[in-house]
Ligand binder design. Structure first.
Ligand code: PTJ
Length: 274
C-alpha cells in the first residue's frame, strides 16, 4: 500500500506499516502489534510529542548511563523494528553500553533476527542471542539473559518492558530506566526512572544528550530523579488534554452537505460512515 505524506495521520500510518512489515518478516510478534496499539492510544492522549517531563527524564537517563559501571540496553522485537538506528547511536555514544536481545516470546530464530537488525543498524556487539544465565523470580523467557550483560549490569534501560521483569531487576539491586507510553503500566510504576514517551523519540533524545559528552567522560554519581513526580506530570498532561478535548467542537460537516445523504434503494436509512 502506498502512503501519502499528505495524509493527516501519515506518521502513525508509517509506523504501523513498519511494524506490519517487521511482523511479516518474523521480527515482531502479533502481540507486538497489539502493544503498539496501546502505546499509540497513550501517545494520542499525550499529544504525540515528547512532553517537557519526558525530555527531563531522557536527559537524566543519559546522565545515569554515563554514571553507570556497566549499563545495558535490552532490545525486543518492537524496539528492533522501530528504533534500531537510535539504539546504535546510543551504543556509539555511551562508553561500555552493552546491547542485549531479550524477548518475551523467545525463539532462536527471532533472537537471531533481532541481532541481525541491530548489527545492520551499526551495533557492533549484540549479547543475548544465546542466553547463558537465568534471572531469579521470573517465569517468562525474559528471565533468560547473558551473563556478560543484564546479569551483571548495574543500570538497565528497558523499553517496552513488562512489570515482572522490572521488579525482578530492581530486586537484584539494579537501577531500571523504562520507556513506556503508558504511565499507569506496572513497568512505569516500578522503574527507578520511568520515561513516558515513544520509544523512537525517547532513544533519539537520550542519544542526542549522550552525544554531547566526550565518550571517555564519566559522571561521578547518579543524579536523583523523582519518579513519582514524573508519572504524576504525565498523567496531568493526559488529564489536561482530555479536558480541553471535552470542550472542543466536533469536526464540521463539509460544505454543501447540510444533511446526511440517503442511500439509494434504502429509503429512510442514512448511510453509515465507513
Ligand atoms: O518481542 P517480544 O517477544 O519481547 O515481545 C514484545 C512485546 C511488546 C509484545 C512484549 O514486551 C509485551 O507484551 O509488552 P506489553 O506487556 O504489551 O507492554 C508493552 C508496553 O509498551 C505497553 O505498556 C505499551 O503502552 C508500551 N508501548 C507500546 N508501543 C510503544 C510503547 N511505549 C513506547 N513506545 C512505543 N512505540
Amino acid at each position: 500500500m502506498r502512503l501519502s505524506p499528505r495524509h493527516p495521520r501519515f506518521a502513525s500510518l508509517k509506523v504501523r506499516s513498519i511494524l506490519a512489515e517487521a511482523h511479516r518478516k518474523g521480527l515482531v510478534v502479533p502481540e507486538g502489534l497489539i502493544a503498539q496499539g496501546r502505546g499509540e492510544a497513550f501517545d494520542y492522549f499525550l499529544g504525540e510529542r515528547s512532553t517537557p517531563g519526558a525530555r527531563r527524564a531522557e536527559r537524566t537517563a543519559a546522565e545515569w548511563l554515563f554514571a553507570a559501571r556497566h549499563p545495558v540496553v535490552s532490545v525486543n522485537g518492537n524496539v528492533a523494528a522501530l528504533a534500531a538506528t537510535e539504539v546504535a547511536r546510543l551504543a556509539r555514544a555511551v562508553p561500555g553500553l552493552d546491547v542485549e536481545v531479550n524477548l518475551f516470546h523467545r525463539t532462536g530464530s527471532r533472537a537471531r533476527l533481532v541481532a541481525e537488525t541491530l548489527r545492520a543498524a551499526g551495533v557492533r556487539r549484540v549479547l543475548g542471542v544465546r542466553p547463558s544465565a537465568t534471572l531469579p523470580g521470573l517465569t517468562s523467557d525474559r528471565a533468560r539473559v547473558d551473563r556478560r550483560g543484564i546479569l551483571v549490569a548495574d543500570v538497565c534501560l528497558v523499553p517496552l518492558e513488562d512489570g515482572d521483569r522490572t521488579e525482578a531487576l530492581r530486586a537484584l539491586g539494579k537501577r531500571v530506566i523504562s520507556v513506556d507510553l503508558n504511565p499507569l503500566s506496572r513497568t512505569s510504576r516500578a522503574a527507578d526512572l520511568p520515561i513516558v514517551d515513544d520509544v523512537r523519540r525517547a532513544f533519539a533524545e537520550i542519544a542526542n544528550q549522550a552525544e554531547r559528552w566526550p565518550r571517555a567522560s564519566r559522571i561521578p554519581r547518579f543524579v536523583p530523579f523523582d519518579r513519582r513526580a514524573a508519572l504524576a506530570e504525565a498523567l496531568s498532561t493526559i488529564a489536561r488534554g482530555l479536558k480541553r478535548a471535552a470542550t472542543r467542537r466536533p469536526i464540521a460537516r463539509p460544505r454543501g452537505r447540510a444533511s446526511p445523504r440517503r442511500a439509494r434503494g434504502n429509503a429512510g436509512r442514512t448511510r453509515r460512515t465507513p
